[in-house]
Write a protein that binds this ligand. Structure first.
Ligand code: BGC
Length: 445
């Protein structure tokens, strides 16, 4: 049985308390030295999770209400998830055992500020112990301040619709950074905010209606006018919601920088590898719609850009084309195309001229052979981009472990490790060995 208290104490003793630990060296956006088959010196190799998807029993989070309301659109409840709130030291051991040198995880705002204005020192200490636990294992902590979920009180005040939301997020960033920034290697404000309020438009209308009904049922249950969670298909007023997230990011960066000016801060964006087909392709129009304002904001405010890529999309003059015949497919039926990661990374670099970290890349599959194929194939293209001068500083795979895939529940599996929902025992998949071997060599072969 893992003794959490003992592990926390030893992690705190060896870790970040007091002195500033170095942020990951960004240097500049200049090309870096990568000789032959090797990735650049100091390249970050990591695996990622997000708090709500792995911690379990995240009772004060916006989605806990959504998942548990009658007739919810969610396939199942997050429940215990992978019990990583308890078992984080085991997770860090997995990362280390793979031979990686970094771990990306997120802070759960709903734990740190369970009631508006009431900050929990114990929960801040929890994340401090995780950061120290990373450092004690030689892992650079890459910390997302907000990965989709917000506190339920925040959602009950309109979430990102609330004009006060940027200030509330900035206050959270200030409190969290004051407690934690000394040990962090890279900070990310928000996760994939570029899709907020937009994903609904590409989904079947019944899904949107179902999500809206779920939000309305949650509002009714809590006796509030509007309940607007941090990740949603239905967003009542996308323009306001997006504008507030952009302002929240600006103020969040400023709050973190006020605490620690030398800490690299970025934002992670969901980027497809969008390709143009034929005359009058709508590709560029779609890029502008889904990424434009966030790429510009990142260029203006960030030290680096986090790229999260899972797919390519080929656009003709009308819309996206179906996957080519014979394409490899993920569990959801979307194409898995190894070149998409490098394509998205090249685009992010061209658009922002910021150093790039791949903060997520992976595949939703029950067939680990697909993951074992994808990792080296995608990294080979990524290496070519580096050799062409694109300043890529790290690769973080989604995900360390199978987890709660939002509305889809546990059916979609992105993990390098499987877990048993009854015992929480983790088991490495062969793909964990594939990524680990590359990371240890800092080279593909
Ligand atoms: C998100 C993760 C999610 C993953 C796979 C990204 O959109 O940041 O939370 O699990 O993709 O869908």
């Amino acid at each position: 049985m893992v003794n959490r208290r003992g592990l926390i104490t030893s992690a705190l003793a060896t870790g970040a308390a007091g002195a500033l630990l170095p942020g990951h060296a960004l240097a500049s956006a200049a090309p870096q030295k990568a000789t032959g088959a090797a990735f650049p010196d100091g390249f970050l190799w990591g695996a990622a999770t997000a708090a709500h998807q792995v911690e379990g029993n995240n009772l004060n989070a916006d989605l806990w209400v959504i998942e548990n309301v009658p007739n919810t659109i969610f396939a199942e409840r997050s429940g215990d998830a992978t019990n990583s709130f308890e078992l984080w030291p085991v997770d860090l051991d997995l990362v280390k055992a793979m031979g990686l040198n970094s771990y990306r995880f997120s802070l759960e705002w709903a734990r740190i500020e369970p009631d508006k204005g009431h900050f929990s020192r114990a929960m801040l200490d929890h994340y401090k112990a995780m950061i120290a636990g990373c450092r004690a294992r030689g892992l650079q902590p890459v910390v997302t301040f907000n990965h989709f979920t917000t506190p339920r009180w925040f959602a009950a005040e309109g979430g990102w619709h609330n004009p006060e939301s940027p200030a509330l997020f900035a206050r959270f960033c200030d409190r969290a950074a004051s407690h934690l920034a000394a040990g962090i290697a890279l900070a990310l404000t928000l996760n994939e905010p570029n899709l907020a309020g937009l994903i609904g438009e590409i989904l079947p209308p019944q899904l949107l209606a179902g999500d809206r009904a779920t939000q309305e049922a949650a509002a009714k249950q809590l006796g509030v006018g509007q309940y607007s969670p941090g990740v949603a298909l239905y967003v009542q007023d996308p323009k306001t919601y997006r504008a507030n997230m952009m302002e929240a990011h600006r103020r969040g960066v400023a709050a973190i920088k006020r605490v620690r000016s030398d800490l690299p801060v970025g934002v992670s964006l969901a980027l497809l590898d969008d390709q143009a087909e034929g005359k009058n392709s709508i590709r560029d129009r779609m890029r502008e719609r889904y990424y434009g304002e966030w790429l510009r904001l990142a260029a203006e405010t960030c030290d680096f850009i986090g790229v999260q890529n899972y797919e390519r999309k080929i656009w003709d003059d009308k819309g996206p084309l179906a996957p080519p015949k014979g394409a490899r497919l993920n569990t959801a039926g979307a194409e898995v195309w190894a070149g998409s990661l490098a394509g998205a990374v090249r685009y992010a670099w061209e658009a922002t001229k910021l150093p790039v970290y791949v903060t997520e890349h992976g595949v939703n599959t029950d067939d680990d052979a697909l993951r074992q194929w994808l990792i080296p194939a995608a990294l080979a293209d990524l290496k070519r981009a580096i050799d062409d001068g694109v300043p890529v500083r790290g690769y973080i795979h989604w995900s360390l472990i199978d987890n709660f895939e939002w509305g889809f529940g546990y059916r979609y599996r992105y993990g390098l490790h499987a877990f048993d929902p009854n015992t929480f025992k983790r088991t490495a998949k062969p793909s964990a060995g594939v990524l680990g071997a590359i990371a240890r060599r800092n080279a593909l072969t």
